[in-house]
Design a binder for this molecule. Structure first.
Ligand code: PXL
Length: 275
């Protein structure tokens, strides 16, 4: 069985980060080792959330694993807390990156043109350094604009997307995938770029007019699970886009849906069957 380490916060209530990564990647058949970077009462879209930073645990936990001889087939990072944490995580990469370990960084920090409440431009710079060490990065357009210094646009064409991809790939990752890219009215999806081959990959599916929190984490976790299952990165992105869209549709049908996240629990059986 493949083993992945995922490093992100635990938002106790909120259906995002580790509370999505752990069930989704496990359901896709990989052992999912977690390293919580902080414990929050909820995600940061709630008011008055509590947050206990766990940065001081990263090193001792890593040292223990090292003494146990643990290895990982992949390391996947999502929402992180602080600049200092990113340095500690880069050092973990160095310790646990084996010849075949795939590093996937989702530089979670912004959406809809704005940084999340906890972050500033110093954090953005540091996140760019983390992206430089990844094999695959999966930013949304807002994160891409912050990471590259290119202006954020709500209306764009493929030229703008390619400009973002080109600047992003200069950060250093082998494969760069931009999420939430809408190239046609009524459609949304991903555009990826493989730096080694110069090849682009575009996948568009239906756009549902609803925004839910945690869908980026659902997308990334599905990609990670599918890649570990042996899927090519392009197939992994396509399946993740389809699964995310399907989950949003199912959530919309629930009259008692919570405002803070999607009903991915209802769609996990469908995920396992997606090809
Ligand atoms: O879904 C991304 C995410 C993860 N973790 C926390 C968040 C967010 C987005 O706001 O607040 C704590």
């Amino acid at each position: 069985m493949k083993r992945v380490l995922t490093i992100q916060d635990i938002s106790c209530l909120g259906k995002c980060s580790l509370t999505i990564a752990l069930p989704v990647i496990s359901a896709l058949g990989s052992e999912t080792v977690i390293l919580p970077t902080a414990v929050l009462s909820t995600h940061t879209m709630f008011q008055n959330f509590t947050c206990k930073d766990l940065s001081d645990q990263i090193e001792p936990i890593g040292n223990h694993w090292k003494s146990e001889g643990v290895t990982f087939d992949a390391i996947y990072t999502g929402y992180l807390g602080t600049i200092e944490q990113i340095d500690k995580i880069r050092s973990l990469f160095r310790t646990f990156r084996g010849e075949n370990t795939i590093i996937i960084v989702d530089p979670v920090m912004a959406d809809n043109g704005k940084l999340y409440p906890a972050f500033d431009m110093d954090y953005v710079k540091k996140n760019a350094e983390l992206c430089a060490e990844a094999d695959i990065i999966v930013p949304n357009i807002t994160e891409a604009a912050f990471l590259t210094g290119i202006e954020y646009r709500e209306e764009y064409d493929i030229g703008y997307i390619r400009k973002l991809l080109s600047a992003l790939s200069e950060l250093g990752a082998g494969i760069t995938v931009l999420t939430g890219v809408s190239l046609e009215k009524g459609k949304t999806g991903v555009v990826g770029y493989d730096r080694k081959t110069g090849e682009y990959y575009t996948y568009q599916n239906r756009k549902i007019n609803a925004a839910f929190h945690g869908t980026g984490d659902l997308f990334s976790s599905t990609c990670v699970g599918e890649i570990l299952r042996g899927k090519d990165w392009r197939d992994a992105m396509r399946i993740a886009a389809d699964y995310t869209a399907h989950t949003i549709e199912v959530t919309l049908q629930n009259p008692k849906k919570p405002w803070y996240g999607v009903d991915f629990e209802a769609t996990i059986p469908d995920l396992i069957r997606l090809e």
